[in-house]
Design a protein around this ligand. Structure first.
Ligand SMILES: [Fe+2]
Length: 410
């Protein structure tokens, strides 16, 4: 390992050489100020994996200062990461690398069901003069130990015999509960984690996402286990709610999307708000009636695709479920009016929901549903396995105790 001080002195030397040859630059960068102005780029939160598929995934992370960034990827073959130069992937905003604090790097052209190692890097700017930008302070992880930290992620695989996943919802920023519910995600060999909405009560800043659950997710599982997130009604609220899709980008760039894992095809839907868009609580900003209408049209197309029709198991993820007398709420009424007629005729095996802060298992027909609906509470997680025999569902509390167990036969 190269001592930090040596790295720093070497970088100083490089920049000293640059300064000698650049009169205009040197007046901005006297050596005495270089160390004082040294922007120390650090990972503030992450990384986490979004929009995972069979041949691609997106790495997302936040840095403490604006940086340019990249990801290096290597096969999981036991070789030293430095045995050769590894492919580098960059974020591109219309052909230019962005200087930003929230980074999204898409990795493509991978093999399905295959493990890859990846490492994330960022460089902060010491001087920004447009095209004469100078980068400084390259860091991997949160220190300069380049050789040790790497993450491993496995692409999804439609041919594997089972899909094993876990789901949490309605934690409303209760980080300690979130930690308890997700501490064994990696140990339990989950293929992915579902966030089924209302992870915060409202989003007033990115820091709330960090403090409410993503810092913990980063420490516990998110560098290794993909996340599939849908919004609950509460993620529609708050001055920073517009940033939600930047934190949790999807394969469609919309808050509704699909993915396939093992024998199961998943449809992730956005429930919208629970009250009418004109409600005073939304300050005239809500357009979720329109969002649900758009989704219904999209959903009609999805259920005609070969990918959907050929899947042995079909699962819908939707924060607000239909439930007895749920139609007394506008949002639920619209879900029942727009989504349920399509889903009821599509051969759906299961809907996964939250919102009610209490566990229910709705058999077919309980609320106009042609398939069972599992509603997870705000204090438990769902552990699920879908395979050729059916879907095994376990509701587990924060102490790891199994409270309920259901089997939906194939
Ligand atoms: Fe909710």
């Amino acid at each position: 390992m190269i001592p930090k001080r040596t790295v720093f002195l070497n970088l100083l030397l490089i920049f000293s050489v640059l300064l000698i040859g650049a009169q205009t630059t040197s007046q901005y960068l006297p050596e005495s100020e270089l160390s004082n102005n040294f922007p120390k780029p650090r990972i503030a939160c992450g990384p986490w994996i979004q929009a995972a598929g069979e041949t691609e995934f997106t790495v997302v992370w936040e840095t403490n200062v604006p940086c340019i960034s990249w990801v290096e990827v290597a096969p999981d073959d036991g070789t030293n990461f430095y045995v050769t130069e590894r492919p580098k992937y960059y974020e591109s905003w219309y052909g230019r690398r962005p200087v930003t604090t929230l980074h999204h790097v898409r990795i493509k052209d991978l093999q399905c069901g295959t493990a890859y190692r990846y490492r994330i890097f960022q460089q902060a700017l010491l001087l920004d003069e447009g095209n004469k930008r100078m980068v400084f302070g390259e860091a991997y992880g949160n220190d300069f130990n380049f050789t040790k930290i790497e993450f491993k992620i496995k692409t999804l695989d439609s041919s594997r015999p089972e899909s094993r996943f876990t789901m949490v919802n309605d934690t409303h920023g209760n980080d300690s509960l979130f930690r308890q519910l997700t501490k064994d995600v990696v140990k339990n060999k989950n293929n992915f984690v579902i966030f089924n909405g209302d992870m915060l009560s409202q989003i007033e800043s990115s820091q709330q996402i960090v403090d409410g659950y993503m810092k913990s997710a980063s420490e516990l599982f998110s560098p290794f286990t993909p996340i599939f997130a849908v919004r609950g009604n509460h993620e529609h609220r708050g001055s920073a709610s517009y940033d939600y899709m930047r934190w949790f980008p999807t394969s469609t760039s919309e808050p509704y999307y699909t993915f396939r894992d093992g024998p199961a095809f998943f449809i992730a839907l956005d429930c919208g708000e629970d009250k009418p868009d004109s409600d005073i609580r939304y300050y005239g900003l809500s357009l979720t009636d329109q969002l649900r209408e758009e989704q219904a049209e999209w959903l009609k197309q999805i259920i005609t695709t070969d990918e959907f029709k050929s899947a042995l198991v079909k699962i819908v993820i939707l924060h607000i479920p239909p439930y007895p007398n749920g139609g007394q709420w506008h949002g639920t009424h619209e879900i029942e009016r727009l989504f349920m007629p399509i889903l009821n005729n599509a051969g759906i095996d299961l809907m996964l929901s939250g919102h009610l802060h209490k566990h229910y298992y709705l058999e077919k027909g309980a609320a106009g549903n042609n398939f069972p609906i599992l509603i997870n509470s705000n204090k438990t997680r769902l552990d699920a396995i879908a395979n050729k025999n059916g879907i095994d569902l376990k509701i587990v509390d924060a102490n790891g105790k199994i409270l309920h167990n259901y089997l939906i036969p194939q």
